[in-house]
Unconditional design. Structure first.
Lengths: 227, 194
């Protein structure tokens, strides 16, 4: 009769899946194999795990139901990131748009002064550009967005239009490499992972942005310091 | 990465929907099956898949091409499925059998062993169906690891890249997940016998 060592069994049990999947080093695999040959209990568990694994592997792939592609295409067309093209994804276009806006404002002011019928209202017009100015960013580094942003995505939960927030994050983190980990509609939170800083130094830090009514915010001193 | 894929990514970043569709073509069926097995509901899976692709389309600028595009797609699909599960928490109850500490080390609670009659699992014809059903009872972390490994056939390294955890954590989650799954099935069978 073979006396089983409970410690050996526990240790082998921890490695059974890696053993089955050929993910152990040869020496480790050899130890597990030797134990299994002598231990009925571990051998049974191993066989059951193999059976379960094989059963799951034999599940056939399911094809995507017809209609998904056309629905997705329509959704993508609706969600086309035009806003992003102008303000975040093509800085030169954004700059050109800003120059154009200044030109329109200047022309409007000159027109108003020439006609002498009232005071020019440049502030409201510049707000309609739809993106935070550099000045706004400096003055309020932890709150991103403007009244105009609110108009673009007044109710993001209703129409699931999250792009404005992704764009704001892209703008504020333009010097960093990062990726979006998750978006929680329930908590109105976007979790991102900062991968590297501007110098390419690895960071790997999670940040959680909150959003509401077109305004993005974050309670993280680390980000504040970096900005 | 293929030159063709780079070109498609570039075009898609500029809002070209057709290029984006070509880009996701290779990952679509696998992504759908990950969502389907993770959420166990066709409509939820389709919604999660569509939401994932919209996110991907709109976040293409954040794709740094350090991992493969498909890996990035699967990561977002898994995260979106987890968000869906959290939203549907009341109907998808899971019992956590472990917790994570800050160092990504899993602290385990001992799993009861139901292996009194060791051959039972192999004898039952309906076991395969039961395995799928029992998957729903695992925590999302264990479930996603098993789906990616056993249903989708990813390697441990690929799973680590998708889930952004170490290979050691993947090893641990797959093994614990399988052992828990085995015990759930044995317990179900034990209850069914009464």
């Amino acid at each position: 009769m073979i006396i089983q060592n409970n410690n050996d069994c526990a240790s082998v049990e921890e490695q059974l899946s890696a053993f089955i999947d050929n993910e152990l080093e040869p020496k480790e695999a050899c130890c597990v194999e030797t134990h299994i040959e002598q231990c009925e209990r571990c051998k049974t568990i191993k066989n059951e795990l193999i059976y379960m694994s094989d059963s799951l592997k034999s599940i056939e792939s399911v094809l995507i139901p017809p209609g998904f592609d056309s629905n997705l295409k329509a959704a993508l067309q609706r969600k086309k990131p035009i806003y992003a093209w102008i303000w975040n994804r093509n800085r030169s276009l954004g700059f050109a748009a800003a120059l154009l806006m200044i030109g329109i404002i200047s022309f409007s002011m000159i027109g108003n002064l020439t006609s002498g019928n009232g005071t020019p209202s440049t502030s409201s017009m510049s707000k309609s550009a739809g993106a935070p100015t550099a000045e706004e960013s400096v003055q309020a580094p932890q709150t991103y967005g403007t009244a105009a942003d609110s108009a673009i995505a007044a109710d993001p939960l209703a129409d699931k239009d999250m792009q404005v927030y992704y764009d704001l994050i892209a703008e504020k983190l333009s010097l960093y490499q990062y990726e979006i980990i998750s978006t929680s509609l329930e908590n109105s939170e976007i979790t991102i992972n900062i991968l590297t800083d501007a110098a390419g130094k690895k960071i790997d830090r999670l940040l959680v942005f909150s959003y509401k009514d077109g305004i993005l915010s974050i309670e993280d001193n680390w980000l504040n310091i970096k900005f | 990465m293929l030159d063709g894929q780079e070109l498609l990514i570039k075009k898609a970043k500029n809002g070209d929907v057709d290029s984006f569709e070509q880009l996701i073509n290779s990952s679509k069926t696998k992504a759908y099956n990950i969502a389907l097995r993770h959420l166990s509901n066709e409509q939820d899976a389709l919604d999660a898949l569509q939401e994932s692709y919209i996110k991907i389309f709109r976040s293409l600028n954040s794709f740094r091409e350090e991992s493969s595009f498909d890996t990035w797609v699967y990561r977002i699909v898994v995260n979106t499925c987890n968000d869906t599960l959290r939203k549907n928490n009341s109907t998808h109850r899971t019992v956590s059998l472990y917790k994570n500490d800050a160092d990504d080390q899993e602290l385990f609670i001992e799993i009861p062993d139901y292996s009194g009659s060791p051959d039972r699992l192999l004898d039952k014809k309906e076991t395969r169906k039961m395995i799928l059903k029992s998957l729903e009872k695992l925590t999302p972390e264990h479930r996603e690891a098993i789906i990616l490994r056993d249903v989708q056939g990813f390697t441990y390294e690929e799973i680590a890249a998708i889930l952004q955890v170490s290979v050691g954590t993947v090893k641990s989650r797959i093994n614990r997940g399988r052992l828990i799954l085995r015990n759930i099935i044995l317990k179900e069978q034990e209850l069914a016998a009464f």
